[in-house]
Write a protein that binds this ligand. Structure first.
Ligand SMILES: Nc1ncnc2c1ncn2[C@@H]1O[C@H](COP(=O)(O)OP(=O)(O)OP(=O)(O)O)[C@@H](O)[C@H]1O
Ligand SMILES: [Mg+2]
Length: 212
């Protein structure tokens, strides 16, 4: 049972090949039980910071420490702690939900908790569509599938880039309930956003503009 988690960002900078820094010397601490928004105008570096946190983009300098119950977590196992949902992450659309869940579980070495998956699929209203190819889904349904996949390994931390993208009111409510469940279990949720509805559910804010 995990009690306390923190993500410590220490002096992170990102410079793309254009040589212009997107942000410099970001210092910030994300702590258990909080929902953070990362805000700033278009092109300010919100997604860049989230991608660096998720390990899909390298940083130019600085370091990030993931600490669970006072223990620093090795880079190789950090993936076990978070789920990542973003508009630019693509699904394997030729597969069905049942297939993709199995594929992702195999890749990540997760033992499938079928009861948990069935509950998520039902919560997201996709229980009648588990055998259809994802390519046949609407954009909001695809966004729901991204959440199911990100939650498969029951992460304590969620990294979300514009999570309400393509969602109707019900989709927003379902994801808000999932976020609250993670927070009630002392997890961390980080949302890169400029959307009022997304920012409203956050209780802390990191303005990327403070580091430009
Ligand atoms: N792969 C890349 N190569 C060069 N520059 C990049 C790359 N990815 C992002 N950038 C630049 O970094 C800056 C920040 O982009 P980023 O996508 O992080 O912004 P954002 O705050 O998420 O914007 P939005 O609100 O539009 O989502 C932009 O100037 C962008 O052009
Ligand atoms: Mg972005």
């Amino acid at each position: 049972m995990v009690n306390e988690i923190s993500i410590e960002i220490k002096g992170i900078s990102k410079i793309f090949s254009s040589k212009r820094a997107v942000f410099r010397n970001v210092n910030y601490s994300f702590k258990s039980g909080n929902i953070y928004s990362i805000t700033g105008q278009n092109g300010s570096g919100k997604s860049t910071l989230l991608k660096i946190l998720a390990g899909v983009l390298s940083k130019s300098s600085g370091k990030i420490e993931w600490i669970v119950d006072s223990m620093k977590i090795d880079n190789e196992v950090i993936n076990e702690f978070f789920g990542f949902v973003a508009p630019y992450l693509n699904l394997y659309e030729e597969f069905s939900i049942d297939e993709i869940v199995q594929i992702v579980a195999d890749i990540r070495g997760i033992e499938l908790d079928l009861q948990f998956i069935n509950r998520m699929v039902t919560d997201f209203g996709l229980e009648k569509r588990t055998l259809d190819p994802i390519s046949s889904f609407s954009s909001g349904m695809k966004q729901r599938v991204k959440f199911i996949i990100a939650l498969l390994h029951k992460p304590k931390i969620l990294l979300l880039d514009e999570p309400f993208t393509n969602f109707d009111e019900l989709g927003k409510q379902i994801v808000t309930a999932i976020i609250m469940e993670i927070i009630n279990q002392n997890g961390i949720v980080i949302i890169a956003s400029n959307d009022k509805d997304e920012i409203e559910i956050c209780n802390k804010n990191l303005s990327i503009l403070d580091f430009q």
